[in-house]
Design a protein. Structure first.
Length: 316
C-alpha cells in the first residue's frame, strides 16, 4: 500500500539513463552469470590479465576455463582456435579496443562477450553481449548494464541497496580514507550476491547524471594528462570516449604509486591477483604492477591534473 505524508525521502530524478534498452542488473559478475545460464555456456576463454572474480564466477557455474595472453596494446593473443561452442571473453582494457576492432573479432570468432567495465561510453556491438559496470564510473554502490538479446533478465527480483550507501555518503562529506574499509566490504559482498535487477535507488541516481558533462570532463582531463605526461608514458594510447582513467606505464611504477599515496593521490592496483598468478617476466605481471590508472573522472579539473602530473614528474 502506498504511503502518504510523513517525512520527505530522497529526491526522485526525472532524467534518462544512458543505456535504456539494456538489461539492468545488480553487478557485472551477475551479468556474466546470467549469460552463462541463458547462453548455456560450457567453455570460455579469459585473459590472464583479469580480476579473479570473473574466473570464480565461471568455475562456480561449472564452465570450463582456459586463458589467453594480451599484447602491449592490450589486444588478445589467440594461440589456439576456439572450439565451436566456446565463448571468448574480451576485456576492453582502458577503452583501448575500439568497436572496429571488436567487430572484426566478432566476425572472426562469433561467440564473444565484451567487458566494457572500463569503457562505459563505448556503444555496444550488435550481436555481441556487452557488460557495463556502473560503479567504475559513477557514485553508486552497485549496478550494471547488460546489452544482450538473451532472454530472462526480467525474471529476477529487484535488489535493495540503501544499506550499501554508507561509504558513498560518508565520502561526500568527509574523507575517502575514513570510509575505505566500508567500501572494501561493499566490494566483497559482490562475491556472494545473487542475481537481481538493479535497485530503484541506483536507477534513480543514474537518472540524475549529466552524461554529456561527464564525458567532456573525462575527455579534457585525459587529454591534459597526455599533454603533460605523454612523453614519459611507455604506452601508446588511443583516446576513448569518456575515458575510465589515464593508464600511465613507467619503470618503477610500483614505487611511484607508494610515493603518490603520501600526497593523498590514491592509485589502485586493479588486478592484484595477477601478481600471484602470472610469471614475473610476463607482460601481464608488468602491467598489473607498473601501470598507474590515473584518475580523470568528473570530480576533477585540469588544475587537479596539473597537481597529479607535477607530483609524478617530481618522483620520476
Amino acid at each position: 500500500m502506498k504511503e502518504y505524508g510523513g517525512y520527505i525521502e530522497f529526491e526522485r530524478y526525472l532524467g534518462k539513463e544512458y543505456y535504456q534498452e539494456a538489461a539492468a542488473l545488480n553487478c557485472g559478475r551477475n551479468c556474466l552469470l546470467h549469460l552463462i545460464a541463458a547462453r548455456k555456456i560450457k567453455k570460455i576463454s579469459l585473459p590472464y590479465f583479469l580480476c579473479a572474480s570473473v574466473s570464480k564466477v565461471c568455475r562456480k557455474a561449472g564452465v570450463e576455463v582456459r586463458y589467453y595472453h594480451i599484447d602491449e596494446k592490450f589486444l588478445p593473443v589467440f594461440d589456439f582456435l576456439p572450439e565451436e561452442e566456446e565463448y571468448l571473453y574480451i576485456v576492453n582494457f582502458y577503452g583501448q579496443l575500439g568497436n572496429v576492432y571488436l567487430e572484426k573479432i566478432r566476425k572472426q570468432y562469433g561467440s564473444i562477450i565484451i567487458d566494457n567495465a572500463q569503457a562505459f561510453f563505448q556503444e555496444p556491438l550488435q550481436n555481441a553481449d556487452t557488460i557495463y559496470v556502473l560503479r567504475k564510473y559513477f557514485g553508486v554502490a552497485d549496478g550494471a548494464y547488460l546489452a544482450t538479446e538473451a532472454a530472462g533478465a526480467e525474471t529476477y527480483d529487484i535488489d535493495i541497496s540503501n544499506q550499501r550507501m554508507g561509504f558513498l555518503l560518508g565520502r561526500f562529506e568527509e574523507t575517502a580514507s575514513k570510509y575505505y574499509q566500508e567500501y572494501k566490504e561493499n566490494e566483497d559482498e559482490f562475491n556472494e550476491m545473487p542475481i537481481r535487477k538493479m535497485s530503484a535507488l541506483t536507477h534513480n541516481l543514474l537518472r540524475g547524471i549529466d552524461y554529456e558533462r561527464v564525458k567532456q570532463v573525462r575527455k579534457s582531463n585525459f587529454q591534459y594528462l597526455q599533454k603533460l605526461l605523454g612523453d614519459y608514458n611507455l604506452l601508446h594510447l588511443r583516446e576513448p570516449e569518456g575515458p575510465f582513467a589515464y593508464p600511465f606505464l613507467v619503470e618503477g611504477g610500483e614505487n611511484l604509486r607508494k610515493k603518490l599515496l603520501e600526497k593523498k593521490i590514491y592509485i589502485p592496483v586493479l588486478w592484484p591477483n595477477v601478481l600471484n598468478e602470472c610469471e614475473k617476466n610476463s607482460l601481464e605481471y608488468r602491467y598489473a604492477q607498473e601501470i598507474l590508472p590515473l584518475p580523470v573522472d568528473q570530480r576533477y579539473t585540469v588544475k587537479d591534473m596539473e597537481y597529479i602530473a607535477e607530483n609524478i614528474k617530481n618522483n620520476l
